[in-house]
Design a binder for this molecule. Sequence first.
Ligand code: NAD
Length: 479
Amino acid sequence: MILSNYINGEFCHSDSKDFLEVINPATEEVLSKVPLSSAAELDKAVQAANDAFPAWRRTPVVERAKYLFKFKSLVEENFDEIAKILSLEHGKNLLEAKGDLRRGIDNIDVACGMPSLMQGENLEDVGRNIDCVSTRRAMGVFAAITPFNFPAMVPLWFMPYAIATGNTFILKPSERVPMTQQKLFELWHQVGLPKGVINLVNGGKEIVTGICEHPLIKGVSFVGSSPVAKYVYETSAKTGKRVQALGGAKNFLVVMPDADLEQTVNILVESCYGCAGERCLAGSTLVFVGDAYEKFKEPIINRVKNLKVGNGLEADTDMGPVISKQHKEKVLSYIEQGISEGAELIVDGRIGYENTKGYFLGATVFDMVKPDMVIGKEEIFGPVLCLMKVDTLQDAIDIIENHPLANTTSIFTTSGKTARDFTYNVEPSMVGINIGVAAPMSYFNFGGAKGSFFGDLKAHGKHSIEFYTDRKVVISRWF
Ligand code: NAD
């Protein structure tokens, strides 16, 4: 199957001669081919979106919301099929695939409330007989560039809000997992939005640069690795765009000696190995404070050794493959690096997965990791967990504070005071207390700090309404 773009209300084949194979990471079977579209094709989509904008902005907000209600019903009707496509192209297990889609749907739900959400403000008598009204106004064409790890959810962090506020939209999904969005665009097509309101352009770097530089695009949302986030932020800013660029992560989970044993072990293992560690909120390093190391280490290792690795479509699979052959090689090179740096490899996930069909890797644990080791510093984005041991909570906070990325962190404790001290003092902007994956719901803002986020306004929640609208203030006096 050759995937299409969706431009001006129609599915169209790309003119490109360059295609990438979309490969099932569990079987290495070729599922489809995705075009690496050209800048000219992007331009066609931008022109269509720009032409559609004036009429779409004038469409009453409640009517715009009705298209989203219809889309939501179609997604629910096709829920299992979409989750299966997602699992096939990404590798995550079906439960995780359903969670990915469910979190995406949550955003449609919130955006359906746009008639209330995008209301403005007013005040009488800002001067004698002078009134003031502040309205929110759609701005034009917006675009989003999304990563491979949440093929349904991340695009839905943006598109429903962009169009419900009255903007028009272009999506460039990850070329590694384009099939979920292909299916979702088939459903959008059934919704019958006016032509040009939403557009799908498949591609790679050329489309990313084209989006950042296109003079008609007013704002760009990006989610992916930090170097590309920074590139998108800087390049888009040169043409005066609004940008929200969410980058990579290295997440530290702090475990206090008083934490509940059984619950904490389950939560930690799920955080570190769910979606094969390919979550931007995945726990990457466990920092044990004081006696917590002795209390938690063995139960965690026992649990890790019981994780079932396999095809995500099989019912009992805990952990599917990583996304690609290249990514598996990258994760393996981090394991080599950890050994050469002197960390103790106490669970070796390479064993049994040397020559598998499919990009499988077992759960791996390194002990005695130091913050200045490469495996202690860099985002591995795979099923490799690092253990660190420190004396005090402040030592743990220092490790977090000295790291250039700051997406999320969590603490595990039964003490309210310890939890309060921790949340108050750490810089990552998504913080969990006895939570392994502190993912804000769609009605709160999502995004990190420091090198994990470039921009001002984060994804979804109230920030989304700010991001997609300009504030217009009208001051009036009538004689
Ligand atoms: P990636 O940066 O490789 O790709 C993201 C997007 O950028 C894709 O659409 C891709 O086509 C494009 N791209 C890739 N390389 C490019 C380049 N050199 N120039 C221009 N465009 C380029 O990221 P990924 O591997 O797809 O996703 C994993 C990363 O995303 C991890 O670092 C993860 O932490 C991060 N992530 C962050 C969040 C968050 O909320 N902060 C959420 C999900 C994923």
